[in-house]
Design a protein around this ligand. Sequence first.
Ligand SMILES: Nc1ncnc2c1ncn2[C@@H]1O[C@H](COP(=O)(O)OP(=O)(O)OP(=O)(O)O)[C@@H](O)[C@H]1O
Length: 275
Amino acid sequence: METTTAVAPKPVVAPPPVATQPDAAPKIIARDVNVHYGDKHALKNVTLDIPEKAVMAFIGPSGCGKSTFLRCINRMNDTVASAKVSGLIQIDDQDIYDPSLDVVQLRARVGMVFQKPNPFPKSIYENVAYGPRIHGLSRNKAELDQIVEDSLKKASLWNEVKDRLNDTGTGLSGGQQQRLCIARAIAVSPEIILMDEPCSALDPIATARVEELIEEIRRNYTIVIVTHSMQQAARVSQRVAFFHLGVLVETGRTEQIFQSPHDKRTQDYITGRFG
Ligand SMILES: Nc1ncnc2c1ncn2[C@@H]1O[C@H](COP(=O)(O)OP(=O)(O)OP(=O)(O)O)[C@@H](O)[C@H]1O
């Protein structure tokens, strides 16, 4: 593992520049985050506050570092041998790159939904029950059954699968599989859900279902979504962060970013001049 991090400056973390300050209390703060993949400097001095219990969308042209930054938030970049992360990322004032931090626990707090639905090749029930079981979240089968049911309900999938919980998860449609993956993420009671282009493999109807689901759950979770669709960012998010060439160019309320961006690069991107 070559992932490194700077020592967290204590005691107080300076706020980001005014333009990046959210209205709500930040759940996640990032200060001067840099990521290198070998010689490639993929993320440059990113400083950002991500508000609690809201949706923040990361937008920007391909290769600008959106997924790289997203993967810093649950230390998924630890799994990339060439990745070196520096700077500070705190969740609720806790430095998530502190060497004493339990990464398994971190990933239970910070769930992730990927571009391509990736259910386990197991039953629908097992897909959702697996996380709560390994994290010891239930004392008996009845409690586990309840977690599975509640998670599938929150993911708007219960009615479609309640009579076939023993069928394989991979047999569901693409949209259902993605909602199953969201149920799986929800089942361990995360505080944060990271979504990396969660609808890019879905048709418009399945996409609409996932977007409705995000709207339904957003008040209970801090959600960060990477999307190539500005329409999607406008529909689901309350705040947007625009990245370009590894730099966080601008962040603000969604309507402000789309109606009156401060930076010409943001303006050019949202008006389709590049990307
Ligand atoms: N595992 C890796 N090894 C080497 N370079 C990488 C790796 N992952 C990403 N990169 C590079 O880092 C830069 C940022 O990539 P990243 O995937 O974060 O961008 P992105 O904005 O999410 O792009 P996209 O919208 O196409 O998914 C790109 O130049 C990419 O080629």
